[in-house]
Design a binder for this molecule. Structure first.
Ligand SMILES: [Zn+2]
Length: 253
């Protein structure tokens, strides 16, 4: 006879087991921020995030790491990393400090544009950086089980998925994905300008509205993440990547 569990029971058991082993602790000593390596160091960075470095990082420091990384990328001065050494160093465990939701677009390779190495960030990518239950579950895993300190939702300029939603494109399974973006179109107030994909400012305004709606949805649809946000254990930030400059503008001000 087979014992049947429903999926929430299985997840609860898994979560309890993992939390019993690890737990998300915060300590305020021994922080080894990647920024401390400085820009342009000759020696390759072989160090990776550890349980201690992750625990020592605050949500604000996690955001600063992403900002510093993007500044290095824009300046053409990414950290020189020893990737094979980082692979070896992370083989036994991972302690990423952030989970980033971004678009499928090939011009926004998120670890590269944020200058992050092996084991630094969880990365969820889907056209239009939309939210669904599976991505939300992945964020819950990243924060509650793996102790990441920051959720970042980063859209980008001239996004094809956003344009597809504006144009009411219908194509196989893409149709359902684009439906998730449509509320962002309605969220952009009329300003007398054309609400078409020929109006780049409108396309980017819809992208920005989409990021903000996804941020809202994360908070509304996940009691786990909402509680962590309310306690200040994690932070949630939106942002927009500019395809022309490589710069991420974070919406944290
Ligand atoms: Zn896109």
């Amino acid at each position: 006879m087979k014992t049947k569990f429903n999926s929430s029971e299985v997840f609860a058991v898994l979560l309890a087991a993992v939390l019993a082993v690890t737990g998300c602790k915060t300590s305020h000593h021994g922080c080894c921020s990647m920024a401390s390596y400085g820009m342009g160091d000759a020696a390759a960075v072989a160090a990776v995030q550890t349980k201690d470095s992750q625990a020592a990082m605050t949500p604000a420091q996690a955001l600063a790491e992403l900002k510093d990384g993007n500044a290095r990328f824009v300046a053409g001065k990414p950290l020189h990393r020893d990737f094979p050494a980082q692979v070896v160093a992370t083989a036994g465990g991972q302690y990423p400090f952030a989970v980033v939701l971004s678009c499928l677009d090939s011009r926004q390779p998120i670890e590269i544009v944020l200058d992050q190495g092996v084991g630094d960030i969880f990365s969820a990518r889907v056209a239009g950086n939309i939210l669904d239950d599976d991505i939300l579950g992945s964020m819950e895993f990243a924060c509650k089980v793996s102790c990441a300190k920051l959720i970042a939702v980063i859209g980008h300029s001239n996004c094809g998925a956003i344009k597809g939603a504006i144009d009411d494109v219908e194509l196989g399974n893409l149709t359902g994905l684009l439906t998730k973006i449509k509320p962002a179109i309605d969220a952009v107030p009329a300003d007398g300008q054309p609400r078409t994909t020929k109006n780049y400012a409108f396309v980017d305004a819809v992208s920005a509205a989409n990021v903000k709606l996804v941020q809202q949805q994360i908070r509304e649809r996940s009691p786990i993440l909402r509680e962590m946000l309310d306690k200040g254990e994690i932070a949630l930030v939106g942002g927009m990547y500019d395809l022309k400059t490589g710069k991420v503008q974070f919406y944290d001000k």
